[in-house]
Design a protein around this ligand. Structure first.
Ligand SMILES: Cc1ncc(COP(=O)(O)O)c(C=O)c1O
Length: 396
């Protein structure tokens, strides 16, 4: 018998994964070119050439015992953490040192480490719908309680009045994700400043520490030159969770980092706790070869012009067909209003045309569907006539 907790988690296990498996099944029947699988956020732009070169150079030149060994500190190699800190300081005018950086097993690993470090059972973690559904499981892992803020479907910026009302003495953390999965929205500087002011006031009112966790695997995927604010500059108790999964197209390599600034409350203990959490969650340390790879590739970026072309073609194509959606400013997702209230019904209708979409309820926002456009350009172009047939079903 598996545990009660896992029984529930298995029962609620990700609809996104199920869709992905459905995509594979349909591809076998109809041929991959006739299936429009928009279900998974798996980058399809290859990692920059520099990544391959770095791996080969490291394998040829570094001491294999060091390269494949455990790191001395569970937080990762000192030189890698120092290089990450300096790179951030150069980009954002911050003043981080190696001690402020903990290398992690992707953003998912980083979120689990920081939540493990912060949460007591019953502590509340606020999230803004729509949000990455895995947050529910991560918070549940440490017996925290998710508190959802309902979506503002006009802009998909956080609803700040509801946010203020839902902060309680038990609020331990607030997770934001910008550029956002699933909307592609970037939270504006104005929004961030207002959020920071609300949290400062509530901390004083309740005499508590409320941590802002900025989950930012999509930071580098921002279009039209839009600025993505660096949140440690607006609110002292900010922890940043970064990942190279999307920025360097390395999701399978499981590499990222946490930034825990000195300004954060109880930062020394929090840094130590993150170090121990990395070890006892069973990660021990982030993959060592990949730590060295990202150090060598700190100035590299994935080619976002590819995603941008998909974004323009899909957004314009769907708008012309009468679908309602806001134009994503970052990431590689489009969040489209379902023409019927029950978006699962719409997803089922789309499947008749071999179009795979993820229901918005997976992100705490029913009535919408997510399209992941990190696919071949041809898939976008060839899907539009199918979307046209799908749209026609709702115009009768
Ligand atoms: C918002 C968000 N956070 C975290 C993750 C996990 O990413 P990683 O591969 O870095 O663990 C994802 C992955 O899609 C994501 O979309």
């Amino acid at each position: 018998m598996i545990s009660k907790k896992m029984e529930n988690m298995v029962a609620n296990s990700s609809a996104i994964r199920a869709m992905f498996e459905e995509g594979n099944r349909l591809a076998k029947i109809y041929g991959a070119e006739n299936v429009f699988d928009f279900s998974l956020g798996n980058p399809n732009v290859p990692a920059p050439e520099a990544v391959k070169k770095a791996i080969i150079d490291l394998l040829n030149e570094e001491d294999p015992v060091v390269l494949h060994g455990y790191t001395n500190s569970n937080a990762g190699y000192e030189d890698v953490r120092q290089a990450v800190a300096e790179s951030l300081n150069g980009r954002f005018g911050t003043s981080f040192a190696a001690r402020n950086i903990t290398m992690t097993v992707g953003a998912a690993g980083g979120l689990n480490v920081i939540l493990k470090a912060l949460l007591n059972p019953g502590d509340e973690v606020i999230v803004f719908a729509p949000y990455f559904g895995e947050y529910r499981s991560y918070v549940n892992n440490y017996d925290g309680v998710i508190v959802e803020i309902s979506p503002d479907t006009a802009t998909f910026q956080p609803k700040l009045d509801e946010f203020e009302a839902k902060i309680t003495p038990k609020t331990r953390a607030v997770i934001v994700n910008t550029p956002n999965n699933p909307t592609g929205v970037v939270y504006s500087e104005e929004t961030i400043k207002k959020m920071a002011a609300i949290m400062e006031n509530k901390q004083k009112e309740y005499n508590t520490d409320i941590y802002l966790i900025s989950d930012e695997p999509y930071r580098e995927l921002a279009y039209d030159g839009i600025e993505v604010p660096y949140l440690t500059k607006y609110y002292a108790n900010t922890v940043v969770g970064y990942s190279y999964s999307k920025s360097l197209s390395l999701p399978g390599e499981r590499i990222g980092y946490l930034v825990i600034p000195d300004e954060a409350a109880d930062s020394e203990n929090l840094i130590s706790a993150a170090n121990v959490a990395t070890r006892i969650l069973g990660f021990v340390n982030a993959p060592t070869l990949q730590q060295k790879v990202v150090k060598a590739c700190l100035n590299e970026k994935t080619d976002i012009s590819f995603y941008d072309r998909n974004r323009e073609t899909l957004y314009n194509g769907l708008k012309e067909l009468g679908f309602e959606c806001i134009k994503p400013e970052g990431a590689f997702y489009l969040f489209v209003k379902s023409p019927v209230a029950d978006e699962k019904e719409f997803c089922a209708a789309a499947k008749k045309y071999n179009i795979l979409l993820v229901p918005g309820s997976s992100f705490g926002c029913p009535g919408y569907v997510r399209i992941a456009y990190c696919v071949a350009y041809e898939t976008i172009v060839n899907s539009l006539p199918k979307f046209k047939e799908l749209a026609a079903e709702y115009k009768k």
